[in-house]
Write a protein that binds this ligand. Structure first.
Ligand SMILES: [Zn+2]
Length: 210
C-alpha cells in the first residue's frame, strides 16, 4: 500500500509493509493534529507506522519528526543527514506559538546510503536511499523497486538546462536514472510519469529540450 498524505504544503508518503509502515517526510511544526486527521482519512492506523525517513531537514519536511519519535516511531537518518537534523530548530524556536519537538538523535537509526538497500529490505521495503546534494547537502531520494522515486525538493530534470552551472542537479538525476524509475513524486510539485527512456534521452541531450 502506497499513500500520499496532505495536511499542509508538503506531500508526505506512506509505504505500508507487513511489519509496519515507513513514512517519508512530514510537514511543518504544529501539524501533528492535521497529520492524524490525514492518516485517518487514508485508512492508516498510526500504531502501524514504525519508521520515518525525511528527505532532508528543512522545516517543511521534518516539523513533526520529533513528535512522531515521541509516539514510538523510529527515525531513520542517512549518514549524510546526521549533522543536519537540528537545522530547523532555531527557526522553530523563534515562534513560540508553534509546538515543536526537536529530533532526538540518540533514538535515531543512522544508516549509510550504501547499506540502505539491505536495511530497507529488513523492514519490508524494496528500494534504495540515494544521496542527491543539489537541493541541500542532506537531501536524499527514496527510489523504490516498484518504480516510484520520492524525490523531496529535488528540482525537476527539465531545469537542468536552465542553470549555467547545473552539474549538481545533472549528477543527481544521473544517479536516479540508474534505477529506471517510472514515476517521480515531489514534495510540492505534480508527479512526473516517465515513459520508456524519457529521462535517459533527456540527460543525453539536455540542451535540445530546454
Ligand atoms: Zn527543502
Amino acid at each position: 500500500m502506497f499513500r500520499r498524505l496532505r495536511y499542509g504544503n508538503t506531500n508526505t508518503y506512506y509505504i505500508d509493509c507487513p511489519g509496519g509502515g515507513l513514512l517519508v517526510d512530514t510537514d511543518y511544526a504544529g501539524t501533528l493534529q492535521g497529520f492524524f486527521r490525514a492518516a485517518k482519512s487514508e485508512g492508516i492506523d498510526i500504531r502501524n507506522i514504525r519508521y520515518l525517513l525525511c528527505t532532508h531537514y528543512h522545516p517543511d519536511h521534518m516539523g513533526i519528526a520529533g513528535d512522531l519519535q515521541k509516539l514510538g516511531i523510529r527515525l531513520i537518518v542517512a549518514d549524510i543527514q546526521k549533522d543536519s537534523v537540528h537545522f530547523s530548530d532555531e527557526l522553530f524556536s523563534r515562534d513560540n506559538r508553534l509546538s515543536f519537538t526537536p529530533v532526538n538523535e540518540k533514538e535515531a537509526i543512522v544508516i549509510s546510503t550504501a547499506e540502505s538497500r539491505s536495511f530497507l529490505c529488513g523492514i519490508g521495503v524494496e528500494g534504495e536511499i540515494v544521496s542527491v546534494g543539489s537541493h541541500s547537502s542532506d537531501s536524499i531520494c527514496l527510489v523504490l523497486d516498484s518504480g516510484e522515486c520520492i524525490a523531496g525538493d529535488l528540482e525537476p530534470f527539465e531545469y537542468i538546462g536552465a542553470y549555467e552551472d547545473n552539474k549538481a542537479l545533472r549528477s543527481d538525476w544521473e544517479c536516479i536514472m540508474k534505477f529506471s524509475p517510472k514515476k517521480i513524486l515531489f514534495s510540492h510539485r505534480p508527479d512526473i510519469e516517465l515513459e520508456d527512456d524519457l529521462l535517459t534521452e533527456f540527460l543525453a541531450a539536455p540542451d535540445l529540450k530546454c
